[in-house]
Every structure is written in C-alpha cells, then in structure tokens.
Design a protein around this ligand. Sequence first.
Ligand code: FAD
Ligand code: EPU
Length: 335
Amino acid sequence: MAFNNIDLKPYNTFGISVHAKHFSRFANVDELKNLLIKFAGDNLLILGGGSNLLFTEDFDGAVLRNEIKGFEIIEETPDSAIVKAGAGEVWNDLVNKCIKHNFAGIENLSLIPGSVGASPMQNIGAYGVEIKDVFLELEAYHISSGEIHTFDNKACEFGYRESVFKNKFKGQYVILSVSFKLTKKPNLNTSYGAIESELMKMSVTKPTIKDISKAVISIRKSKLPDPKEMGNAGSFFKNPVVDQKVLDEILKTYPTIPNFAAEPGKRKLPAGWLIEQAGWKGKMYSQYGVHKLQALVLVNYGSATGKEIYRLSSRIIKDIEEKFGVTLEREVNIL
Ligand code: FAD
Ligand code: EPU
C-alpha cells in the first residue's frame, strides 16, 4: 500500500520532519517490482533505517522502505560459516545472531544502527573492522533493466566509507541481500585501544566474541548519543585522509594531533579532534548543535530543520579549512 504526503520524522534517526510525496514498503522482489512500475518517472529513495541521512527539504518522489527479511546459514564447515541476510534485517540483529552461533567477524560492528542492505553502501566500520573484511557477495536489483546482479567483494570497490553504490552506480541498484564469510576460529580484533581497557574494566582476560561485543557496546554508549533520545546520524563527517606533508605542516602548530595509518604517503586525521580544537564541541544553537561528548556528531535536540544542521556543517567545514587547511567531507547522505 502506498501513502501520500507522509511525515518522515519516524523514518530518520536525525528526527527531521519533512514530507514525502509517496511512501511505501516492500518485503520481496515482486513487491519492489510493482512499486517501481507504479512510481516509474518519480524520484526514488530506497530507505533502510534512515540512520545515515539528512533531509533538508520535502522529498518530491517515492520513498520505498526495504523490509526484505531472512537469515540463512548457507554453508558451515568446522572452521567457517557463510551467512546470508535479507537487506531489510536490522544490522545489529544480524550481529547478535552471528554471535549466538559463535560465528566471528562482525562483533566489533555491534550496535551500528540501520539495515543489513545499507551496510555495503558505505562499507560500515568501527573499532578496527569494516564489512569488507568479511563481505562475500550481495544481490542487487538493477532498476533500469530489472535484472538481479551479484557483486563480489572486488566488484563493490570498497574503500573507507565508500563503495561503488555511492559512486558510479549511485541510485541504480536496490540491494536485496548480503552474504558474509565468518570464522569459527576467531582471530579477535582488539587493536582499538579502548577495547583492551574496556575488557580490563570488565575483568575479562580471555575474551570471547560476546565479550568483544559487550566492550564495543559499552564504549559506544559512553560517547555516541542514542537517536531515540537525541536526533543524530553518527559521525557527520569522514575522517580526512591527507598527504603526509599536510600533517607535517599541522604538527608545527599542533604537535599532539593524533593521526593514523592510511594508504602509503597519507595519514588519517580524526575530524572529531579538529572540530574540538576549533572550539565547536558542545556548541548549542536552540534546537541543534555539536554533541558534547563526540565532536564528530551533529545533533537535533528536537525540532531542528535539516537546513539548519546542513548550514552548521558548512560553517564547520569552512572553519576547519581556515584553521587547519583540511577540507572535511560529509559522511551523511544529504537529501
Ligand atoms: P539509510 O540511512 O536508510 O540509507 C543510507 C543510504 O543507503 C541512502 O543513500 C539509501 O538510499 C541507501 N540504501 C539503504 N538501503 C539500501 C538498499 N537496500 N539498497 C540500495 N540503497 C540503499 N556507520 C558506520 O560505518 N560506523 C559506525 O560506527 C556508525 N555509527 C553510527 C552511530 C549512530 C548513533 C548512528 C545514528 C549512525 C551510525 N553510523 C555508523 C551510520 C549508519 O548507521 C550506517 O551508515 C548504516 O549502514 C545506515 O543504514 P540505514 O539502513 O539506516 O541506511
Ligand atoms: N576525538 C577528539 N574529540 C572528539 C572526538 C574524537 O579529540 O570530540 C579524537 C579521539 O580522542 C581519538 C580520535 O579523535 O583520538 C578518534 O576518535 P574515536 O575513536 O571516537 O573515533 P572517530 O574517529 O571519532 C570513527 C568512526 C565511527 C566509529 C569509531 C570507532 C568515522 C567518520 N567515524 O569515529 O563511525 O564508530 O571511529 O571505530 O570514521 C560513523 O561512521 O557514523 C561512526 C560513528
């Protein structure tokens, strides 16, 4: 069933109230096909959990919410397992199911909001793991030809918060299912320092994947706002990857700037640190602002508009450019 002039506030974690001309849901490929016929010629937005979007105006088109469910163990050996999940499954439910089966590989990605289908869009990542590390393949509906195409890891062209679906195939595919290759002989990833110290706090010396998940959840809860309590879409900006010589220049004035490995000749800088140093952390403007515990997160205190938050992000980008000579890029999809 399709609805007209629907308020999208419940469908985006920023809690922005804008209206969609049409809104509908699909739970399988046939329903998707019917909707694509019905709304042929309209602008389309395929929606998952709405946790990586900022609506800056009403959506003049059809918002189609992916609700394709399913969890299957495709193959299991003594060492590994292949699981396939419907794109409309909640990501964190998949993480929990895998932990229950003792399938390791995505426990560091616990509590990331959103759907399984959106996870390859930006190659979600946290605490030393990205989905590209365990991704096997996905099935996607090619909107213009009506064909279902399979993409393996290489074909997705994953990068830091990037994939082919955000770039050359933007708007062309609907992801239907995603398969992951997980291991039953976990090689635990505790490289993110905070995990080690959290495990120590928990008095865990021989961690299981469930312990890693608990540690990650605890760290996340300590700094990231819960969208149910405060509108947000996680990190608003990506961490900039800059040439070593740009970092060397910044180090002359800010010798303590944290920086991390990236591709050869480049370093990744924490945007949260830059934004904090520039004095934005915790800034409040009536209904919106910069989170007080994590400067990378812009927040809606209740009734902000997407335009206000977008304008704040532009002011931050300009200021960071002026102060550090580094251009921040938005991670969140702007609509
Ligand atoms: P949506 O916001 O609904 O959609 C995002 C984009 O993907 C849109 O362009 C949409 O059109 C497209 N899309 C969605 N589903 C499909 C589909 N099936 N087929 C084709 N296109 C589709 N991200 C991280 O990487 N790491 C983190 O640690 C992290 N932490 C977060 C913490 C918080 C509190 C919040 C609110 C967000 C966080 N995010 C993080 C961002 C977000 O959770 C992820 O990007 C997530 O994958 C988005 O999923 P979604 O279903 O909500 O996507
Ligand atoms: N920092 C500050 N001030 C801040 C925030 C961070 O100085 O206000 C510094 C920290 O001290 C640390 C560094 O920045 O030295 C990195 O901080 P943190 O570990 O919190 O990670 P992040 O870079 O802010 C990234 C991801 C998150 C992911 C975490 C954990 C991006 C854009 N963000 O955040 O992903 O959960 O690492 O791996 O890469 C998301 O994409 O939405 C997201 C939340």
